[in-house]
Design a protein around this ligand. Structure first.
Ligand code: FAD
Length: 289
């Protein structure tokens, strides 16, 4: 079933979950046990990341196939950077054979370590959305949105305009990049609503685990963090008194509560494949009831 149908039918705020394919076969068993534990919170859907340029494509396919067979509503991420039409068509066929009816249509990032020229038919995620709508019209399509604009965007307006373009090309909903300031999320939603776009905008929530992991995330995604939170975590990390985990949990629970009170339809948790962490967050937010 398409995620947009689940979103229309939902009665209360939901949780959905993002996983990444484990790096090796040895980690698979633990991974599926983690997914199994997380089924207790009846996620609206589960998404699985995809290596840009098609690397590790088989792993994503194997994982989405297995999650679908576990009864989950599944969405495969799919990137178009460096992609060939034939490869995309095949991948979409495989998804349909596996009973996967949803794709997160992404551009992806070019490889960092090799010289790179931008060519081929898919320059932006909007091109992929248009292609999927033609090639597999029954697929549900989500696209990425950026509460804090994508690092390559010159302005907030440009970035939001390109998000709107992806919806106009046929996407059903927006799933956001992680962010640390709820105002950025609500501003993105308002911007879209003012332009007549009423599609669901699902906030992506990344649990912070440690000061080191926070710095790694910030270096990768271009999100901005409130200075006060950064300084508080830096100080707790320096004192090494065990406060970091508590501050991180309190911050995440507060972020989710403010999102839901402000009208977000639910939350998409970047699980980091960690079941305990996510179960604790969901419990503390009262979303397990
Ligand atoms: P686009 O929407 O194409 O945007 C990319 C940039 O181009 C933006 O700056 C945008 O403003 C600009 N732009 C768009 N259209 C135009 C235009 N017509 N003219 C000029 N500029 C334009 N990456 C992975 O490799 N695998 C994953 O599984 C994955 N999952 C993700 C999940 C989520 C929820 C998010 C938010 C990101 C994910 N990413 C993933 C990262 C994503 O691939 C990168 O952020 C990538 O740099 C941009 O992808 P996009 O789909 O937003 O691209």
């Amino acid at each position: 079933m398409r995620i947009i149908e689940h979103l229309k039918n939902r009665k209360r705020p939901f949780v959905s979950l993002e996983f990444f394919p484990p790096a090796n076969d040895a980690a698979m068993q633990d991974f599926y046990q983690a997914v199994d534990r997380l089924q207790a919170i009846t996620p609206l859907f589960a998404s699985v990341t995809y290596g840009a340029g098609g690397s590790k494509q088989e792993k994503t396919l194997a994982v989405v196939r297995q999650l679908a067979s576990m009864g989950l509503c599944v969405m495969s991420h799919l990137t178009c950077v460096n992609a060939k039409v034939q490869g995309l068509a095949q991948y979409l066929d495989h998804l349909q054979e596996a009973g996967v009816s949803n794709v997160l249509a992404l551009r992806g990032d070019p490889p960092r370590d090799v010289p790179w020229t931008w060519n081929g038919p898919f320059l932006h995620a909007a091109d992929l959305v248009r292609y999927i709508r033609l090639q597999a019209p029954e697929m549900g399509i989500g696209v990425a949105g950026y509460p804090c604009p994508h690092p390559e965007s010159p302005t907030y307006g440009d970035d939001r305009g390109y998000t709107l373009r992806k919806i106009e090309c046929g996407a059903d909903f927006v799933l956001t990049q992680l962010f640390f300031d709820v105002r950025e999320y609500f501003e993105l939603v308002d911007w879209l609503r003012q332009r007549g776009c009423n599609c669901p905008v699902i906030p992506g929530v990344m649990p912070i685990q440690s000061f080191a992991s926070l710095k790694r995330v910030l270096s990768l995604c271009g999100a901005s963090i409130p200075g006060r939170l950064f300084l508080q975590l830096e100080e707790a990390d320096r004192s090494n008194n065990g406060d970091v985990a508590r501050i991180c949990m309190d911050f995440t629970v507060d972020l989710i509560s403010r999102l839901l009170i402000g009208g977000a339809p639910g939350i998409h948790l970047y699980t980091l494949n960690k079941s305990e962490l996510c179960l604790n967050i969901v419990r503390e937010c009262g979303l397990d009831r």
